[in-house]
Design a protein around this ligand. Structure first.
Ligand SMILES: Nc1ncnc2c1ncn2[C@@H]1O[C@H](COP(=O)(O)OP(=O)(O)OP(=O)(O)O)[C@@H](O)[C@H]1O
Ligand SMILES: [Mg+2]
Length: 507
């Protein structure tokens, strides 16, 4: 039984951004700002340090980049040490720290370089470059699931093109970026293209903008003096659902003999070119396709780390980031979601700290010592696995997670034991090992274990529910036990329960 499948990955809606629906998020990406926190801090490399004089002045603001570490690390050895210094934990009570961390994780904060999308970005850039160099019309279709970096890459490609045109002395094409969801009528897209192509007063009033464009791109005399035009049509899905003819006409513009259009269409549908543009295929003008695959766990982790590396402090426990990456990759591979979940996990820590300081104040007033658990928790100031698990469960409630959360405690202990035993790539375990692990957890948590018959019945129940699979063997202890749900589902279903936090921690 696996409740989480990639098949529906495009459908998952963002729960966390309820105040700003996806379309809003998308439009916000258009006005993406370069935030200072998005730029990874340029830590001095050992080589640069070795070349610098021991007397060279200290960096201007060591506190800002180094979380309050001494600024006197100027000798080569010290510089090497500086690179190895572990960052201090942040202070979640410091509003500036919290603001900086949240900004670094905000979707509108664009990274200086886009990691994990180098190939896709190069393909788009090379397509644009070739079209401009050869003054050749053509189309490219960029597709992939939500939050996979399509729009983000386009912004970078535009910058790349501008830099390349300036360097090579070639004329940059006119760039027209259109978010199709902002069109009142789908055919307005031609008005937009036309509006920028030819001044209104010159137009023949009886022709529609589309007819105008067709005529323009059919006549050498009229089009040859025009600049190339790069049209970036984002959220093209909107045209597919509203008016397939418009979509078709749009792509057809690139096939006219004197067309000056370089069209890049961006959408989620993977098979648009095959489903909706058969005539283009017949004309041998099928757009080139660049597919953005859902981010893997490793990629999500890398991107999150890239965003956090510029911060002068540590905000997340590494296990918390890993859990986020694993879960988001398993469900959708949507970076937008990963960022939202991380920001929400920060908010959970903030809320916890507020609540515990309230309790502390109350206890001070009553003159009773704070409970040891509270003291211990307030020492740990970074976002932990349990914060992340709760933030994740708010976003992705899967049937498996709900089932696990509603199990009786001893069955949850059994699942927790299995996760601990199969962690690190082990395929399965045995009833014998599971019995021992169950007993160990009960002992360490001072929970009286159930008897062996009852335990055996519980294994059967979990097997029947499809959470475990029990193998056959004459020797009961040697029966194989397989976990039949995603390990991440068990981890975050149980991490929200305080009892399991320590049980699931990786030793
Ligand atoms: N490689 C990356 N590095 C850093 N941040 C990323 C990366 N990919 C995506 N993001 C973040 O995720 C957000 C969503 O990405 P983007 O808007 O490019 O998705 P999209 O593929 O266009 O999704 P949609 O199909 O929903 O429009 C970006 O604004 C950015 O903050
Ligand atoms: Mg987009």
């Amino acid at each position: 039984m696996t409740a989480i499948t990639r098949a529906n990955q495009c459908k998952v809606e963002s729960v966390m951004e309820t105040n700003s629906p996806k379309r809003k998020l998308r439009s916000s990406s258009v006005q993406r700002q370069q935030s200072p926190v998005s730029t990874p801090v340029n830590w001095k490399s050992p080589r640069r340090c070795l070349n610098s004089s021991p007397k060279s002045p200290p960096e201007s603001d060591g506190k800002a980049v180094n979380g309050g570490f001494s600024n006197s690390l100027t000798s080569p050895i010290r510089c090497l040490l500086k690179d190895l210094i572990v960052k201090p934990d942040w202070n979640p009570k410091d509003t500036e720290h919290v603001k900086t961390a949240k900004e670094a994780l905000h979707i509108s904060t664009a990274p200086t370089t886009i990691m994990c999308r180098e190939d896709e970005q190069n393909k788009i850039f090379n397509f644009c470059k070739a079209s401009v160099e050869q003054e050749k019309a053509g189309s490219l279709y960029v597709c992939g699931c939500p939050g996979t970096g399509k729009s983000l890459s386009m912004e970078k490609v535009k910058d790349q093109l501008a830099a390349w045109a300036a360097q090579s002395g070639l004329q940059l094409p006119d760039i027209l970026s259109i978010n199709c969801t902002s069109l009142a009528n789908t055919s307005d897209i031609f008005t937009k293209i036309m509006g920028e192509t030819q001044p209104k007063k010159k137009r023949n009033g009886s022709l529609t903008p589309l007819q105008h464009l067709r005529r323009l791109y059919s006549q050498k005399a009229e089009s040859s003096c025009m600049k190339m035009k790069l049209i970036i049509a984002d959220e093209l899905d909107y045209l597919i659902t509203k008016d397939k003819a418009v979509l078709h006409d749009l792509f057809m513009l690139t096939t006219f003999p004197f067309s000056r259009c370089i069209l890049i269409g961006i959408a989620n549908a993977i098979d648009l070119a095959d489903r909706f543009l058969p005539r283009l295929q017949a004309l041998n003008c099928k757009p080139q396709v660049v597919t953005y695959r859902a981010y893997s766990k490793e990629q999500i982790l890398k991107i999150l780390q890239q965003r956090l590396t510029g911060l002068p402090f540590v905000v997340f426990h590494s296990q918390a980031l890993e859990l986020c990456a694993r879960k988001v990759a398993a469900v959708s591979g949507d970076m937008r979601k990963a960022l939202c979940v991380c920001r929400n996990a920060i908010e959970l820590l903030e809320a916890e700290i507020k609540a515990s300081s309230k309790e502390q104040n109350h206890d001070d007033a009553c003159d009773t010592p704070a409970p040891p658990e509270l003291v211990k928790r307030s020492e740990s100031q970074i976002v932990r696995l349990d914060h992340m698990a709760v933030a994740l469960s708010k976003t992705f409630k899967s049937p498996a997670v709900e089932t696990i959360q509603s199990l009786p405690q001893h069955q949850q202990i059994i699942l927790c034991s299995v996760v601990k035993l199969v962690r690190g790539g082990k395929k399965d375990t045995t009833i014998g090992e599971l019995n021992k692990s169950y007993m160990d957890i009960c002992k360490s948590t001072l929970i009286p274990p159930v008897g062996s018959l009852e335990l055996s019945n519980m294994f059967t129940v979990l097997n029947d529910q499809g959470l475990l699979k029990l193998g056959q063997s004459r020797d009961n202890k040697m029966r194989r036990v397989l976990l039949k749900v995603d390990e991440a589902d068990v981890t975050f279903a149980l991490q929200g329960i305080r009892f399991f936090r320590n049980c699931l921690a990786v030793n």
